[in-house]
Design a protein around this ligand. Sequence first.
Ligand code: FAD
Ligand code: NAI
Length: 509
Amino acid sequence: FPILRWTWRLMYGSALAGVAYVCYGIYEMRNPNDQPEPDAAKKTLVILGTGWGAVSLLKKLDTENYNVIVVSPRNYFLFTPLLPSCTTGTIEHRSIMEPIRNFLRHKKASVKYYEAEATKIDYEKRVVYINDDSEIKGDISSTEVPFDMLVVGVGAENATFGIPGVRENGLFLKEVSDAQRIRKRIMDCVETATFKDQSPDEVKRLLHMVVVGGGPTGVEFAGELQDFFNNDLKKWIPDIKDTFHVTLVEALPNVLPMFSKQLIDYTEKTFKEETITIRTKTMVKNVTEKYIEAEAVGPDGKKQLEKIPYGLLVWATGNALRPVVKDFINQIPAQKDSRRGLAVNEYLVVKGTENVWAIGDCAVANYAPTAQVAAQEGNWLARMFNKMAKTHEIESKLAELSVAQEKAPNKETRDRVFEEIKDLQKRLLRLKQIGPFEYTHNGSLAYIGSEKAVADISWLSGNFATGGTITYFFWRSAYLSMCFSTRNRILVVMDWVKSKTFGRDVSRE
Ligand code: FAD
Ligand code: NAI
């Protein structure tokens, strides 16, 4: 049968071509091309941060147009939406990290990267002071970086509202090191609770896992932790099965305030079924080594102070300004009323400055501090910088052409140059029509545990709210597709398969 033979050959050929294509992709990834050094005559663009905003900007930026310098204490990009899964080992932290060096090495023109923290932006002098905060320091660990253009994308730090004892006793969930600390602390509490002759009260305290803040970070972590207990801990350490307990404490009357009412109710119902206690209208006022003090509003509307003992305390009460941002705000008179971040205009320019832009959680542009917003701002700014560079290029070309037109030896040449000028002027006009930044909200997604997720999706200028197991698969596929690289995607899938097949690792590193 020749048709079968040809079909077989075609399939075989396509498979071979597919394998060759993947191999070439990997080869290209592992063997980047040489990059031209930045042209010193070009403007120096300094980018602070390697988070969602900064990396989205760098992804789309034509780096050959500027001398690009990136400063960040974190030499990798972190895919934060899957960070709560790292606290229990559903996903290993390296699977959601992408080294900034690999990424920058694939840009067309080379980009300088300094692993350092920006400690001060001196707007008058147009310099950023940077400090090497790592363990190993060379002879020089502080210096300054001059800039012509500056993008501030340093994100935010954890809010504590000055509540005593939070920093000393609580754990945050923002960075990889936080997730590692939480993972270790969970197992430490469990092993200490099963220590010989531990009193029942102490066992209860050690196995009480308290999460403060009912925003998406707190809810997702509480869900992941309860999964860890249900799927793994209680099987391997049955002694704790009647005592391990997760409580979520929230000052407002409900959790997940940014989601629709229907999804808030669904989340609260799911938590109840999972035996996670939600303490709403309960505001934590003080934290000690072994208990939190919270002011709870009772059903009669009366406030009472309560002591809640805990073994693990995860503090997830939102964002606060980083010191470098606070200091910058204080230098700019137009920023005197900025409380939550750098006030920016619709072109993301920091109000009261020229050639300084702010993106992501450190900027206030009337949007929620989310990865979605930061990424769209970064993308938009890259497009604008690319257009600005082209505009500049065309303007120089136009200046050259008008000289050439004046010096043209005959009419024919003059007409040709005139036509060229007309074309370039049209292009310039098109380029200069840069509309302001506009955010498109694609929806909100959150994992709530027991293989359920909630989603408020913007669709056809309406809103579509859904929760459950199908939404969970949607949540997984959405975040998988958003992972930084194919390498990340493969690693995350492998982690999911590993934890589903063998269970999560309960050893304490
Ligand atoms: P970041 O991503 O925080 O990056 C800031 C960068 O600046 C980092 O590289 C940091 O090292 C660097 N930096 C810090 N200080 C300095 C300094 N002084 N000098 C130079 N560099 C500095 N959002 C969503 O939309 N969907 C989600 O599902 C979601 N899940 C989340 C889960 C968790 C656990 C957390 C914590 C957040 C989540 N978010 C989510 C929010 C999202 O991560 C942030 O809104 C987003 O990271 C903001 O991006 P950014 O670039 O402003 O800041
Ligand atoms: P958040 O600001 O969204 O929520 C913090 C919660 O803590 C608030 O509900 C607040 O009422 C509560 N709180 C504050 N002080 C308290 C106290 N003393 N006692 C008790 N409760 C207190 O913070 P979160 O969850 O850290 O998120 C930060 C940002 O990141 C948000 O913009 C969020 O949308 C985004 N994010 C988005 C995710 C998603 O889309 N899946 C996941 C995680 C974060």
